[in-house]
Design a binder for this molecule. Structure first.
Ligand code: CTP
Ligand code: MG
Length: 246
């Protein structure tokens, strides 16, 4: 059936540091959102794209994307979930598969978008792309000791912060853990029902579906679908643009 993609792009990008909304920050001279939309438009299954833009930038985003692909732009909300809900409300009636894709995952390859859409089409009501966890993962107790007196201002997010001490509670078996990416794909009715029952305590759309009791299946993700979150990621993304397979 027909596939629509909702693109939450209304976040502030606080962790990226000073600058405009993250979706409009430049990567190799173009906004992250442009990189993301170009890749979505290159996926043959995608027929409808609905962007949730930062509310004050709605008209500017419409003009920015018009030359790239036919898109509908709506004003995003205060939380990601609200941005997704607003975009979901704009999905045309004939669409029966809905993908939700973060603008911040600007380098997501069209092949991954196709793979998620294909898995929903083949009968899975909810599909997420995942990667294995590479680091050993520890559960920790909240900071036990206050920072020693005289420690300087907190360093940038990428730097170790020697003032913060936490105590290890245990080691999680990483073999059963997965890092979750987008696009996440859903049968339309499943996503609509999950959002109708949303209570705001969930960080992704599949989480809402899990709470509603439906099965969610995983397909292999892509390292190129990294979420550009901190300045480090922007440097990495810039480098990835120059590798032949990206
Ligand atoms: N998002 C959104 N509406 C919000 C918050 C987030 O549409 N109210 C979108 C972001 O634009 C992004 C995606 O959800 O494409 C994932 O969010 P995140 O990576 O956290 O982006 P920001 O919220 O912009 O970044 P930060 O949390 O650092 O401020
Ligand atoms: Mg955020």
């Amino acid at each position: 059936g027909d596939v629509a993609v909702l693109v939450p792009a209304a976040g502030a990008g606080l962790r990226l540091g000073p600058g405009g909304p993250k979706a409009l920050r430049l990567l190799a001279g173009e906004p992250l959102l442009v990189h993301a939309i170009r890749r979505l438009a290159a996926a043959p299954s995608v027929r409808v794209i609905i962007v949730a833009a930062p509310a004050p930038e709605t008209e500017a985003v419409r003009e920015l994307l018009a030359p790239i692909a036919p898109v509908t732009v709506v004003a995003g909300g205060r939380e990601r979930q609200e941005s997704v809900a607003r975009a979901l409300a704009a999905v045309p009636p004939d669409v029966d598969i809905v993908l939700v894709h973060d603008a911040a995952r600007a380098l997501t390859p069209p092949q991954l978008i196709e793979s998620v859409a294909a898995a929903v089409r083949s009968g899975h009501p909810a599909v997420i792309p995942v990667l294995p966890v590479v680091d050993t993962i520890k559960e920790v107790h909240p900071a036990a000791a206050p920072a020693p007196a005289g420690v300087a201002a907190p360093p940038a997010a990428e730097m170790p912060s020697p003032g913060r001490v936490e105590v290890v509670a245990g080691t999680v078996d990483r073999a059963v853990l997965r890092s979750v990416q987008t696009p996440q794909g859903f049968r339309r009715d499943v996503l609509v029902a999950a959002h109708a029952g949303a209570d705001g305590l969930v960080t992704d759309d599949a989480g809402l579906v899990e709470k509603a009791g439906a099965a969610v299946v995983c397909v292999p993700g892509s390292e190129l679908a990294l979420k550009i979150t901190r300045p480090f990621d922007l440097v990495l993304a810039e480098a990835l643009l120059h590798v032949p397979w990206a």
